[in-house]
Design a protein around this ligand. Sequence first.
Ligand code: ADP
Length: 190
Amino acid sequence: MKYFILFGPPGAGKGTQASAMAERYKLCHISTGELLRKEIHSGTELGQKAKSLIEAGALVPDEIVQAMIENQFKTVKGVEGFLLDGFPRTIAQAEALDTILKGMEEEVSSVVAIIIPDEMIMERIKHRAMLEGRADDASDDIINNRIKTYHDKTEPLIEYYKKAGKFAEINGVGTIEEVRQKSFEIMDKF
Ligand code: ADP
């Protein structure tokens, strides 16, 4: 099985690229953000816990997302691998993922990182806010908090995966098509 991590700051275009990647390599696309939004929408206990954190631009607890990921690995059948989008987002989550995969005699295939500068994060999210109306896209304060959370908690993963020899970076400033082609070049090797 292949385990790809789609990495990048909020608004980098992960969601935009994910469906073409999932289709080409027969992967199950798992977006922890999407799964959490579904929980909120259905009003589950988990959703209620996550709502205020997400709407403040903070992360939900590691254990919650780790359990969601493990559950997907156990239940999804008939695919050639997984495309993890928005997970891992902390070093603790990356370590937990390594442990979960090791338990299944598997490992991360590669990280595909789509990187854009902070100014563009704000611009893209504001554009998306008009189209999608996500609560965590609604104000500059929340977006700035998410950018800060990304730099503080998530960016250290770049070193983590570079050390493991699994980090591949794409400049996310290009067009959707350019970013897609570059992603395919990386992922074709696995
Ligand atoms: P974006 O890519 O725009 O940041 P996501 O849909 O990936 O949006 O995530 C939305 C929110 O869901 C995050 O800001 C965070 O609060 C929560 N979330 C998603 N994935 C995780 C995770 N792996 N760990 C903790 N919180 C998460």
